[in-house]
Ligand binder design. Structure first.
Ligand SMILES: N[C@@H](CCC(=O)N[C@@H](CS)C(=O)NCC(=O)O)C(=O)O
Length: 215
C-alpha cells in the first residue's frame, strides 16, 4: 500500500473529490478511500477531524494532511514524477497548471448554478449569462488544447488538467450546455476511462439526496 488515504464526499455530487480521485485511479496509484457523506445524517462526522479546511477532498500521507484539490494533485505529481501527472514539456506543464488554477479559482456561475450530479438524467436548464460565458471560455480552451496536443486528453496523455476539468465534462453533458464538437469528442474520451465509469457507477448507486445539489 502507498500509505495514501483520500477522504472524499458523496460520489454523486462531490466535484472537488472527483478531481484527485480520478487522477490517482488513471495513474494507477494505490490509495485507501474514505467516503465521508456530506448529506445530513445522524452519524455525520465533523469534517474538521480529518481536514484542516473542513472540506473534501483531503489527503493524508504519513504525518501530512492536505486539503485543496489542486494542492493534492500537485503533491501526487511530486510523489510520483514517473507517472506523468503533469505534461513532461515545461511549457505545456505551465499551460496545464494555468488552466488548472483557472478551474480552481474561477467558473463560479457554472459551479453554482450547475452542480455535478452523476445520477441526473440529461436535461437542459435555464442558465445565466455568466454560465454561458463560462461555457464559451471552456469550449475555446479545450479546442486550443486538443488542437495543439492532438488529444485524446487536453495535453495528449491524461494529466492533472483533465482531472481538474472532469466534473465540468459531467456538467456540460447533464445540463446540455454545449454542442461543440470538441466538447463531444473530449466527453467521449473522458467517459471511456474505466476510472470515470467506476466513479459514475458509485455515484449512481448512492441513495442519498442533497436538495441543494439538485438543480
Ligand atoms: N477549494 C476546495 C473546495 C472543496 C469543497 O468545497 N468541497 C466541498 C464538497 S465538493 C465540501 O467539502 N463542502 C463541505 C460540506 O459540504 O460540508 C478544493 O479545491 O478542494
Amino acid at each position: 500500500m502507498s500509505g495514501l488515504t483520500l477522504f472524499i464526499g458523496n460520489q454523486k455530487y462531490s466535484s472537488w473529490s472527483f478531481r484527485p480521485w480520478i487522477a490517482l485511479k488513471v495513474k494507477g496509484v494505490a490509495f485507501e478511500q474514505k467516503l465521508m457523506r456530506f448529506d445530513d445524517h445522524p452519524e455525520r462526522v465533523d469534517f474538521y477531524t480529518f481536514s484542516d479546511t473542513g472540506t473534501v477532498p483531503a489527503l493524508h500521507h504519513g504525518d501530512l494532511r492536505i486539503s485543496e484539490s489542486l494542492a493534492i494533485v500537485e503533491y501526487l505529481a511530486d510523489l510520483h514524477p514517473e507517472k506523468g501527472f503533469w505534461p513532461a514539456d515545461m511549457k505545456q506543464r505551465a499551460k496545464a497548471r494555468a488552466i488548472s488554477a483557472e478551474m480552481s479559482a474561477g467558473f463560479r456561475p457554472l459551479r453554482n448554478e450547475c452542480p455535478m450530479n452523476f445520477a441526473r438524467n440529461l436535461r437542459g436548464i435555464h442558465v445565466s449569462d455568466g454560465v454561458r460565458a463560462n461555457v464559451r471560455r471552456i469550449e475555446q480552451m479545450w479546442d486550443q488544447c486538443l488542437s495543439a496536443s492532438g488529444g485524446p486528453f487536453l495535453f495528449g496523455e491524461f494529466s492533472n488538467a483533465d482531472a481538474m476539468y472532469a466534473p465540468v465534462v459531467n456538467r456540460l453533458e447533464i445540463y446540455e450546455l454545449s454542442s461543440h464538437p470538441v466538447v463531444k469528442a473530449y466527453t467521449a474520451a473522458m467517459q471511456g476511462l474505466p476510472a470515470w465509469q467506476e466513479w459514475e457507477a458509485a455515484g449512481k448507486a448512492e441513495p442519498w439526496i442533497v436538495p441543494e445539489d439538485e438543480a
